[in-house]
Design a protein around this ligand. Structure first.
Ligand code: FAD
Length: 330
């Protein structure tokens, strides 16, 4: 029976948390279909304990490609492994995270294997009668939830928002198989080579995976004031987000933009400061667990979605929050 697959992601420090979140999703689908759950791990110098950990967290078969050419993510070389693997093993479902890797790799692979792809899903389920994958995602600026099927092509491919599922609990007694894929010279992509990696100072912007995001908008008035957002994000040990207006004004870099033409995020806490809540901004935060809005306009649209609202002048409220945080940490 064709398997359900996930794509695990590695960083320099080992497996990313999102790999486990995908296993929770994949396990539920595989159980519903009565098939094995596989995961594909691509990288270099992948640790044996990470592979065992994937099994303990719900995976049955771990497909590993470990090679120097896969040390850094490049779409072409990762696809050079994944495409033939999919063609050989024929999984019926392939899910990846809607991270930079997943969003870049999955469309490329989908085209190569002639499959459909539903990006940025928030829910996945199996249709009882047909056993097709039901892929649900926000559509039309986040105003409706659309459920999409790909009945005619396999695998059914989706990317799923990070942090939209809990990491499963490990079970040290679980057993599974590790399948090592023999390295091939075809993996290396001569046209694209990574010469080095450099982090952009102040632009880490992993807001898709952040637990807490503090975003600023036009209400901050000028670039200098945006440091209030950076300071609050730091105090919360979170990441900085921004509305498009703030990004267009150069107060934050594009990787920080939240919304329809920026990133869709699902943090545990989202703090929107001086952001009106335009429909395009809300499209990016619909699945945040808790939204706190700080705005001096009690009719601002963001208040319709917010769980908590602080109505008042942000220039008075933010220093007060900082003061109270400092008092608590003493
Ligand atoms: P504004 O709408 O001007 O809101 C500023 C808010 O600050 C107001 O609510 C005001 O009451 C409040 N404020 C002002 N001063 C204070 C103060 N002293 N104290 C407290 N509150 C104060 N936008 C995005 O954000 N992300 C996207 O991805 C995105 N994509 C788009 C795609 C398309 C195709 C289009 C057409 C638009 C898109 N937009 C996007 C733009 C969007 O429509 C809005 O223009 C934008 O979100 C507004 O940004 P803002 O909330 O920072 O500014």
């Amino acid at each position: 029976m064709a398997e359900v697959w996930t794509l695990s992601e590695c960083s320099f420090h080992g497996l990313k948390d999102v790999s486990y979140e995908l296993l929770a999703r994949g396990r539920a689908l595989a159980d519903e279909l009565g098939v094995l759950l596989g995961t594909v791990v691509l990288g270099h110098r992948i640790q044996g304990e990470d592979l065992q950990s994937l099994i303990e967290h719900g995976c049955d078969v771990v497909y590993v490609a470990d090679d120097q050419s896969l040390a850094n993510f490049t779409c072409e070389s990762y696809a050079n492994v994944l495409v033939p693997l999919i063609q050989e093993k024929g999984p019926q479902v392939m899910i990846a995270a809607a991270t930079t890797t997943g969003r870049t790799l999955m469309p490329y692979v989908a085209v190569k294997v002639h499959a459909g792809l539903t990006a940025d899903c928030t829910e996945l389920a199996i249709e009882k009668e047909t056993k097709n994958l039901l892929q649900t995602r926000p559509a039309i600026g986040g105003n409706i939830m659309a459920t999409i099927k790909s009945p005619d092509h396999r695998p059914q491919m989706s990317t799923i928002r990070p942090r939209s599922t809990k990491k499963p609990l490990p079970d040290a007694k679980r057993t599974g198989t590790v399948v090592r894929i023999a390295s091939s010279p075809t993996w290396k992509n001569e046209q694209v080579q990574v010469l080095g990696l450099r982090s952009l100072e102040g632009q880490s912007a992993s807001i898709e995976e952040a637990d807490i995001v503090v975003s600023g908008g036009k209400g901050l008035k000028k670039r200098d004031n945006f440091s209030l957002i950076e300071d609050l994000a730091k105090a919360f040990d979170g990441e900085v987000g921004a509305s498009r207006d703030a990004v267009d004004r150069g107060w934050a870099a594009y990787p920080h933009q939240v919304g329809l033409s920026g990133k869709t995020i699902s943090p545990r806490l989202y703090v929107a400061v001086g952001i009106s809540g335009a429909i395009q901004h809300l499209a990016g935060i619909k699945t945040a667990k808790c939204i706190v809005a700080i705005n001096h306009d009690e009719h601002a649209n963001i208040l319709n979605l917010a769980d908590f609202a602080l109505v008042g002048d942000l220039f008075a409220i933010l220093p007060e929050i900082q003061k109270r945080l400092q008092e608590r940490s003493r």
